[in-house]
Ligand binder design. Sequence first.
Ligand SMILES: NC(=O)c1ccc[n+]([C@@H]2O[C@H](COP(=O)([O-])OP(=O)(O)OC[C@H]3O[C@@H](n4cnc5c(N)ncnc54)[C@H](O)[C@@H]3O)[C@@H](O)[C@H]2O)c1
Ligand SMILES: O=C(O)C[C@H](O)C(=O)O
Length: 327
Amino acid sequence: MSATPLKVAVTGAAGQIGYSLLFRLASGALGDRPIELRLLEITPALKALEGVVMELDDCAFPGLAAVEIGDDAEKIFDGVNLALLVGARPRGPGMERSDLLSANGAIFTAQGKALNKVAADDVRIGVTGNPANTNALIAMTNAPDIPQQRFSALTRLDHNRAISQLAAKTGSSVNDIKKMTIWGNHSATQYPDVFHAEVGGKNAFDVVNDQAWVENDFIPTVAKRGAAIIDARGASSAASAASATCNAARDWLNGTPEGDWVSMAVVSDGSYGTPEGIVTSFPVTTKDGGWSIVQGLEINEFSRARIDASNAELVEERAAVTELGLI
Ligand SMILES: NC(=O)c1ccc[n+]([C@@H]2O[C@H](COP(=O)([O-])OP(=O)(O)OC[C@H]3O[C@@H](n4cnc5c(N)ncnc54)[C@H](O)[C@@H]3O)[C@@H](O)[C@H]2O)c1
Ligand SMILES: O=C(O)C[C@H](O)C(=O)O
């Protein structure tokens, strides 16, 4: 364990996700190493953020070395080892996440530039704010000095949702589910893949043995879960999004367990016929702070069509943000 605190930036820290995320991070969600929180907000939200910091103080978390807040990205990102980019407008009922492209895209241009200038050499950047994949692409493109492999968008929430649905269907514990994969975009076109997943060491599709459930129940439930939560709660998922943001960062920094993998949206190198350069979700393993796409999986026709459709949407989003001058 290193005693030097890990400097962790969180943007949108006074928002809904922030209110759950900060307390998870401060109580050790990333591991034993102490952390220093650097919290970025827009100026009008700084007063609310001061209140959140009072609450963080009142928890007397042993692993929380320091907290700094502000509205200047270059100051807050100075020397950060991990940047969790959460701050962005959430969608409301009836919207798709891509409807947020023009409203939120500009945030990631500015933050990519600021990270490029002042972040630590070992910085890793996780994007939760929607549309997460294309926002990560925007930040990455605006930070040319940071290796592209240091950017990832969050599909871990979808991954966790898929695990939970499969565990319920098969009457097993979430601990028995391994090798789940989310392919593509964190959007309604995402493809949660049970063909390579395992339930208690057995192939998940063989255990389920129900193509109609996969097609008509599992995939739409996972892909539209965000909208179902907005419909029920009147606000987008927050605690589960914070939890997934922690899971993703912890595994990236500390590695995935032997015999399992996770889903992360990362820059494509063309693996599995995915268009190069988009930020799209793959099965990945992580080690020593880096990730590798799991290679050699057989992709059947059913999966191929869905992976291609989701990636086609990401290519369209890339064209839209190019048109907007964001990349
Ligand atoms: N990838 C995922 O799985 C996932 C899951 C849930 C939510 N989300 C997305 O996360 C984002 C945040 O959700 P939320 O519920 O916390 O929203 P929220 O509206 O409660 O909070 C967003 C916060 O971001 C702040 N903000 C806006 N512009 C900023 C900027 N330029 N710099 C710093 N802060 C800024 C706002 O002031 C606000 O406090 C949304 O885009 C939402 O859709 C993603
Ligand atoms: O669906 C949303 O807009 C919020 C988030 O991306 C989610 O998946 O819950």
